[in-house]
Design a protein around this ligand. Structure first.
Ligand code: NAD
Ligand code: DAU
Length: 353
């Protein structure tokens, strides 16, 4: 099968590309990615032509020919021409590309609507034109809004609270409309908070880990009692692969993790792993509209045969270790002008609220 993956230079997309090419030797992947601030060719450096002296990357290429089955096209999902070219000859689409950070959506909602809504519509139109056999739309538990108790099920109303969540909910509804109106063979996945290697260090967990590696404080929003469900990125990827193969057209599937935790509890766990004292946790004003709790009912995915492979405690420890072993990956990202500029704006906004 030839797949068009969008957003394959991002956190989850790059983990998907590597995992999928390793697990399905008959498949190839075209990766359409604009390489925004969140996209990083270094996330798939092992698949790109090896630079002089990179013998490890060369070994991967020889062993299983993965690199020959992978191609990155730099392009915008909201650009119909770029999408048309990239999708030609593809059997299926796995759509990750998005603006994904809630705090940025509060500072600058417009780009979220353009990429997450218009970009998805452009992809859906191309998928109809190219008659793809399957379209997997990668979405989020945030579309259900905050659930004070109980678990969100796929049929629950969508009640998004941030511009990011609203743009994702809008894209979910667009996908649904293309299934009903045009018969597009699409499915939706809705995952909880991912963690693992290659996550951009603006998200809570990699920000915490890398700040502490630099002896800098982690800004804990509000009272720290917001609850998130944590899924290791490769379990999410495995769930998407299952839905790609076995999901029923027109259905949505929740993909949750194995650990529900308040942010304070998460901070305590990571402090424990890294041996960090309380002075490196700095309470700051809350995120506006901060959802109190997400929690997913994943029985539908289980019925498809899904079982988690990764234990939370082990995956968290491995993730901390990965950031420790790869400062050359995250240090340059945090040094970039765009990153520094974002944080200046972010803290001005927090200070005002
Ligand atoms: P990310 O921000 O790490 O990566 C997004 C990728 O999309 C980047 O490579 C970026 O360059 C690319 N991109 C952005 N705009 C583009 C455009 N206009 N055209 C082409 N490419 C563009 O995101 P992520 O955390 O890997 O999330 C991937 C998807 O999974 C998103 O759709 C997100 O909503 C969803 N999701 C994320 C999580 C999570 O915890 N991170 C949980 C559930 C669902
Ligand atoms: O639930 C799935 C969603 O998870 C995805 O759809 C989003 O793309 C992804 O960014 C993530 O959204 P969250 O807002 O939950 O993730 P974030 O890492 O930004 O924050 C996790 C929790 O930590 C949240 O309650 C806010 C809090 N937080 C976050 C940051 C960045 C802090 O306390 N301090 C921080 O500096």
């Amino acid at each position: 099968m030839r797949l068009l993956v969008t957003g394959g230079l991002g956190f989850i997309g790059s983990n998907f590309v590597r995992h999928h090419l390793g697990s399905y030797p008959g498949d190839s992947i075209v990766n359409l990615d604009l390489c925004t601030y969140a996209g990083n060719p270094a996330n798939l450096a092992d698949l790109a032509p090896p630079a002089a002296g990179h013998s490890a990357a060369g070994a991967v290429r020889k062993e299983n020919g993965i690199a020959r089955r992978y191609r990155w096209i730099r392009g915008d999902i909201a650009d119909p021409e770029a999408v048309d070219k990239a999708m030609a000859g593809c059997d299926a689409v796995v759509h990750f590309a998005a603006e994904s950070h809630v705090d940025r959506s509060i500072l600058e909602p417009g780009v979220f609507l353009r990429t997450n809504v218009i970009g998805t519509q452009v992809l859906l139109d191309a998928a109809l034109k190219h008659r793809v056999r399957r379209f997997v739309h990668v979405s989020t538990d945030e579309v259900y809004g905050s659930v004070e108790k109980g678990l969100s099920r796929e049929g629950d109303p969508l009640e998004p609270n941030s511009p990011y969540a609203a743009s994702k909910a809008a894209s979910d509804l667009l996908v649904r409309s293309y299934v009903v109106t045009f018969g597009l063979p699409a499915v939706i996945t809705r995952a909880s908070n991912n963690f693992g290697p290659f996550q951009f260090p603006e998200k809570a967990l990699p920000l915490m880990i890398t700040n502490w590696m630099e002896s800098r404080p982690f800004p804990l929003y509000g009272d720290g009692l917001n609850v998130r469900d944590w899924v290791y990125v490769l379990d999410h990827v495995r769930g998407i692969e299952l839905v790609l193969r076995k999901g029923r057209v027109g259905e949505a599937y929740n993909i949750g993790g194995t650990c529900s935790s308040t942010n304070r509890e998460l901070v305590a766990r990571v402090r424990d792993i890294m041996g960090i004292g309380p002075e490196l946790v700095r309470p700051v004003p809350d995120r506006p509209g901060h959802d109190r709790r997400y929690a997913l009912d994943c029985s539908k995915l289980k019925k498809l045969g899904f079982r988690h492979k990764y234990r939370f405690a082990d995956a968290l420890a491995k993730t901390v270790e990965w950031y420790g072993m790869h400062p050359e990956w995250w240090r340059p990202l945090k040094g970039r002008k765009g990153y520094q500029g974002y944080y200046k704006k972010q803290y001005r906004t927090l200070a005002k609220s």
